[in-house]
Design a protein. Sequence first.
Length: 164
Amino acid sequence: MNKSSILSLFGYNRWANARILDAAQKVSIAQYTAPYAISHGSLRGALVHIFSAEQVWRMRCQQGISPQAMPGEGSYPTLDALRSAWQEEEQSMHLYLASLGDDDLQWPVHYRNTRGDAYEETLWHILAHVVNHGTQHRAEAAVALTSYGHSPGDLDMIRYFRSG
């Protein structure tokens, strides 16, 4: 894996997140927070989870910090609060990725998960995981959004590549 490929993956990630957030902007607060049968219990739960995972993984990779917990939904009570924090996080991630060289992507990253278990993974494996993980939870959010009448549309990566 090289830096150009990682930057492309994160370009897609940012594009897909924006499509989900734009669609979420159209739902009511009741729909945003309502219980829904997806892995994090609501549209807000899914979006906060995607954001929090991106933030926690960057902290592990860039700063060597392993938070003991992921931020919860209460940390971002509104979509506007979440979107603002997410924009800052995307900028931080972009600056971090831009600082890397191809060889850096082979570095081992030592971290602890939120249960305290120690792991070591290759940096590019983690970065690819971040994008893939977001894809899973964006799909869940898209199901909720579509049921509320606000589909985010096609989120396929090839669509992103064709749009640029």
